[in-house]
Design a protein around this ligand. Structure first.
Ligand SMILES: Cc1ncc(COP(=O)(O)O)c(C=O)c1O
Length: 385
């Protein structure tokens, strides 16, 4: 008998990021689709990791929750940026990228029949994790044109079955950010709800024009019910290393770790040791990220100024949304394919992040975490449209 295969994720295919990067490679297109830098991590960080690899002593399993030195460095950073004290021993877990942290949080807290609110457009890993946990994703669209959270619709979506509200600010793909008022409204909204918050803050250090990132950790009442996720992949220009972490109160962390210890157990030791050293030695790296990425954003906007794409400068992240309605009336998935195969520049269609994308929306996402020459070469092609 041929064993039957009942897919647990029947509606899931290959992610759009893989699809577009593959298409870009096949057609020799400039890849501004998937979010990763085309430049290297800081040389000093690479040297520190290299030192740990070669010296020995850091090549076996790390502690399950993460190396104490790295957790202490993270606690120091959280105190410096968000003014709150978190205990590295009981509140911080190092994970295999933000993705693993998101997955473990969802598995730890979502059960059969639970509802999880996602704000659309939503990063693509959330819903499959909810489905695998037996839960149901409830999608709440963000408000156009600025992609701000629509708290009234969130309020209407909240039920006694809501176990988790997933937030992602700074927001991929729009670059939208939360305000202090948003946090206050959210705190009031959740006061009588059993829901936890899963805050995906992997772009916490890429925020522009003098804005501040309002982490859920800055709001004492919300922090009590939140799991906050970040990623060294983003902060250190090292997406391939897949090192991230989750900060949450001790009782939530205890449950989170029960899952983490059987999904990943421990994260690459030399990477953790090198990142811990780097955070101690070069704290200015994270402080300089806003200016570093803001100048890329501005340069990219300047280059695209000579095209028929319409941009509102991104407030955060390393993504820029571009309205292409003056170029084409194709729906965005078709347009992104056409752009890749015919124009030689790959982008991400943003409708794939939503359950019910607005039919008339003509927007793609470009990643500007690229060398000046890459952005200039892409703009040259886009100018022909
Ligand atoms: C919103 C968001 N969350 C999580 C991740 C995954 O982070 P990591 O690469 O650290 O797993 C990404 C990566 O693109 C992202 O954009």
């Amino acid at each position: 008998m041929r064993p039957p295969i009942d897919s647990k994720l029947p509606r899931v295919g290959t992610t759009i990021f893989t699809v577009m990067s593959r298409l870009a490679a096949e057609h020799g297109a400039i890849n501004l689709s998937q979010g990763f830098p085309d430049f290297e991590p800081p040389g000093r960080l690479v040297d520190l990791v290299d030192g740990h690899l070669r010296r020995g002593g850091s090549n076996q399993y790390a502690p399950m929750a993460g190396m104490p030195r790295l957790r202490e460095a993270i606690a120091g950073k959280v105190a410096a940026y968000y003014g709150c004290n978190v205990d590295p021993e009981t509140a911080i877990t190092v994970t295999s990228g933000g993705t693993e942290a998101l997955f473990c949080a969802i598995q730890a807290f979502v059960g059969a029949g639970d509802e999880v609110i996602l704000l659309d457009p939503a990063y693509d890993s959330y819903e499959p994790a909810v489905t695998l946990a037996g839960g149901r994703a409830v999608r709440v669209p963000m408000r156009r044109p600025h992609f701000s959270p629509d708290w009234e619709r969130v309020r209407s979506a909240l039920t006694q079955r809501t176990r988790l509200l997933v937030l992602n600010f700074p927001h991929n793909p729009s670059g939208a950010v939360l305000t202090a008022d948003d946090l206050q409204v959210l705190a009031e909204l959740l006061r009588d709800s059993p829901a936890l918050v899963l805050a995906d803050e992997v772009y916490e250090h890429m925020i522009f024009d003098g804005r501040r990132h309002h982490s859920l950790l800055t709001h004492a009442e919300l922090a009590e019910r939140s799991l906050v996720v970040s990623s060294f992949g983003k902060t250190c220009h090292a997406t391939g290393w897949k090192v991230g972490y989750c900060v949450a109160p001790a009782a939530l962390t205890a449950e989170f770790r029960k899952v983490h210890q059987f999904v990943q157990f421990a994260v690459a030791t030399p990477l953790q040791a090198g990142i811990a050293d780097f955070m101690a030695e070069c704290p200015e790296h994270a402080r300089e990220l806003p200016a570093f990425y803001q100048s890329k954003r501005d340069r990219f906007a300047e280059l695209l100024g000579e095209t028929r794409f319409r941009l509102t400068p991104a407030a955060s992240t390393y993504f820029q949304l571009a309205d292409y309605s003056a170029v084409s009336d194709l729906p965005d998935v078709e347009f992104a394919r056409w752009l890749t195969t015919q124009c030689g520049v790959a982008a991400i269609p943003i409708s794939v992040f939503s359950a019910q994308p607005p039919a008339a929306e003509r927007i793609v996402r470009f990643c500007f975490a690229k060398h000046e020459a890459t952005l200039a070469a892409a703009a040259l092609k886009l100018r022909n449209l």
